[in-house]
Design a protein around this ligand. Sequence first.
Ligand SMILES: [Zn+2]
Ligand SMILES: [Zn+2]
Length: 102
Amino acid sequence: MTRRCPTPGKIAYETREQADKVVNASLAMSLRMRAYPCPCGAYHLTSKQGAGSPRVCGYGPCERLFSPIDGARYCSRAHARKAHEKRRLARRKEESAWRKTG
Ligand SMILES: [Zn+2]
Ligand SMILES: [Zn+2]
């Protein structure tokens, strides 16, 4: 079963082997590429650009720098959870305010 590809602009490789071959070639050129399976059933490549350059934690009061892995936005799992919780509370507040006016 194949689903619609969320990144149709990317080259699709039918097998992991094909994708890995390109990854190996890119490593030789010191490009940081990685193959990943797509819901569409094919394999795509993603460049890990920016990984390694430190980033500030996305959780409000925390200003810790960390190295993002796979697009992580928070310095720790605990802060990811807290930020998530904060967003949910804000949304709930918004919803109840909406209900009052409506
Ligand atoms: Zn795809
Ligand atoms: Zn943090």
